[in-house]
Design a protein around this ligand. Structure first.
Ligand code: NAP
Length: 316
């Protein structure tokens, strides 16, 4: 399996299995199938509400010796209601208990957005806390402590702009090791990629297939379809693969890790095989031209009248 390398030599496998929207009654089979068929990287989060089902599979496979825990890169994420310094360690401890692990490989601040403690999904402006009241750098300093305590081997962030990465770097002196962001052929973000490369930040691209199974209420009307894109499908014909393989191979060919979600065994296997597709320069240029700065997860549900969040990607 191809991988990226952390500064201490640890490996971040380029293809992992995503688990957002993987239903509690389907996720166990998916994780078990993936790990027994070559996956070395699983992407979890407390908010996906399936970590205890995933943990039961980890326990079974690791304790029976079928899979070595040390060979698998496991990520989880701190939810927005736990940004206050004192809430960060209890949050990772809960995730470790659910996942039945002694340590994570990577723990991420899920979003640069803070909610009041106890609020899972905000429904009104008062459910949020401003970044003046809970600065991201304070949350980040708590993440640094988790790494020192060995609760996670690596720490990073998710959905952070260059501006927010710079703030953390200057105000804590510790650069996040990973930034996990939406990234695919319609949202290639060349400036963010350049910045991360220059600062030694590894990138993971989420929603590589355009997240077609997310709820209708967080989909834009008439959104484009990555898997139906004619250029992607032409390349799929050329390589005799599914369009999904072209989309995830774009990440691999650009040294970006990616975590396609699937609970379908055929798709799980097929997505892993994408790592073996090598594009020539012309294919890469063809795919580069598809960029249209299109976000499937515009995250406008974090922006409510009267709350302090208006431009979380710092794009306006
Ligand atoms: N950090 C963050 O804020 C954040 C945000 C979003 C996502 N993520 C992570 O990134 C992961 C992936 O993103 P996503 O779940 O939004 O969407 P995605 O991976 O872009 O798309 C998942 C959809 O594609 C289908 N699919 C998967 N492989 C396929 C294949 N080979 N052929 C055809 N269809 C295929 C899946 O169906 P089947 O299950 O039926 O195969 C599912 O409907 C998440 O699960 C999560 O772990 C992180």
């Amino acid at each position: 399996m191809k991988y990226l390398e952390y500064s201490n030599g640890d490996k971040l496998p380029l293809i992992g299995l995503g688990t957002w929207k993987s239903k509690q009654d389907e996720v166990s089979k998916a994780i078990s199938y993936a790990l027994l068929n070559g996956y070395k990287h699983i992407d979890c989060a407390a908010i996906y509400e399936n970590e205890s089902e995933i943990g039961a599979v980890f326990k079974d496979l690791f304790s029976s010796g079928k899979i070595n825990r040390e060979d698998i890169h496991i990520t989880s994420k701190l939810w927005n209601s736990n940004h206050q310094f004192a809430d960060v360690e209890p949050a990772i401890v809960k995730t470790l208990n659910d996942l039945k692990l002694d340590y994570l490989d990577l723990y991420l601040i899920h979003w640069p957005v803070a909610f009041q403690p106890g609020v899972t999904y905000p429904v009104k402006a008062e459910d949020f806390i401003s970044l003046e009241d809970v600065p991201l750098v304070d949350t980040w300093k708590a993440m640094i402590e988790l790494k020192k305590k060995g609760l996670t081997k690596h720490i990073g962030v998710s959905n952070f702009s260059i501006k927010k990465l710079e703030d953390l770097k200057h105000n804590s002196g510790v650069v996040p090791e990973v930034n996990q962001v939406e990234m695919h052929v319609y949202l290639q973000q060349p400036e963010l990629r350049k910045y991360c490369e220059a600062n030694g930040i590894l990138l993971t691209g989420y929603s590589p297939l355009g997240s077609p199974d997310r709820p209708a209420e967080i989909k834009a009307e008439n959104e484009p379809s990555l898997m139906q894109d004619p250029v992607v499908n032409e390349l799929a014909m050329k390589y005799n693969v599914h369009a999904a393989n072209i989309l995830t191979a774009w990440h691999v060919n650009n040294n970006i890790a990616t975590i396609p979600k699937s609970t379908n065994e055929k798709n799980i296997q097929s997505n892993l095989n994408s790592a073996n597709l090598n594009f020539d320069k012309e294919d890469l240029r063809t795919l580069e031209k598809l960029d249209k700065h299109y976000r499937f997860l515009a995250a406008d549900y974090f922006e409510m009248e009267g709350n302090p969040y208006h431009d979380i990607f710092d794009e306006q």
